[in-house]
Ligand binder design. Structure first.
Ligand code: PLP
Length: 224
């Protein structure tokens, strides 16, 4: 399938899931995760009309941000503190905030507030990053003095599984956490958004209230 066909198929699948969830497609932001492909391929993704692109490595992100303008750039992977200064001013969203050290470094290196999602480790898998659910509220509150950190939402990665109730349970729990943080009405943490859903589970994420889908392989990877 060509990129164009894959995009049309993806749009149809998203639309169908929205229909099932009785949600409007306009509530969703599709982030095309371009980490698998070259700058030229990434330009083709943008040419489809996709306005939000995601990368998870600093070096590749820097190169693509330099080469491709007029899109919103989402950094979706973990950041090391010594790399923060190289990327902090260039991105529009950071999806994997889970440590004070990184928050402080971002705060220092930004000249304006950065939209951040806090990554929450709902599934409890040791290999996944993210703050534990029990520590989430204290972490959010501890960020209040960092004027350049704005918590726009929460992010999680579900286990790689075909078990619908397991995966949806993880998304449901993230939504509950999000509603809780939102109810605190903290000025630095409006927490309106849910970054969840990847190639294998975006339909379930839509059913559970996702607002930001991070989709890579099913869109950009021809081998799939
Ligand atoms: C790679 C990646 C994605 C995209 O995953 P696909 O399964 O290829 O759609 C989403 N989120 C994060 C954090 C990633 O690293």
């Amino acid at each position: 399938m060509t990129l164009d066909r894959r995009y049309r198929k993806l749009q149809e699948d998203i639309k169908a899931a929205c229909g099932k969830a009785q949600r409007d497609v306009s509530e969703l932001t599709l982030i095309a995760v371009t980490k698998y492909v070259t700058i030229d391929e990434t330009k083709k993704v943008k040419a489809l009309g996709i306005s939000d692109l995601g990368e998870n490595r600093v070096k590749e992100a820097q190169e693509k941000i330099e080469a491709i303008k007029d899109v919103a750039w989402h950094f979706i992977g973990p950041l090391q503190s010594r790399k923060v200064k190289e990327i902090a001013e260039k991105i529009d969203y950071f999806h994997a905030l889970d440590r004070m050290k990184i928050a402080k470094e971002l705060n220092k290196r930004r000249s304006s507030p950065l939209n951040c999602f806090i990554q929450v480790n709902i599934s409890g898998e040791a290999t996944k990053g993210g703050v534990e659910q029990e520590a989430l509220q204290a972490f959010v509150e501890s960020l209040s003095s960092l004027e350049n950190i704005r918590i726009v939402g929460l992010m999680t990665m579900a286990p790689h599984s075909t078990d619908e109730s397991l995966v949806r349970g993880v998304f449901k729990e993230l939504r509950r956490c999000c509603d809780h943080i939102k109810s605190l009405e903290l000025p630095h943490a409006p927490c309106d958004y849910l970054s969840m859903g990847m190639s294998n589970d975006f339909e379930w994420a839509i059913l559970e209230g996702a607002t930001h889908l991070r989709i890579g392989s099913t869109l950009v990877n021809p081998e799939r």
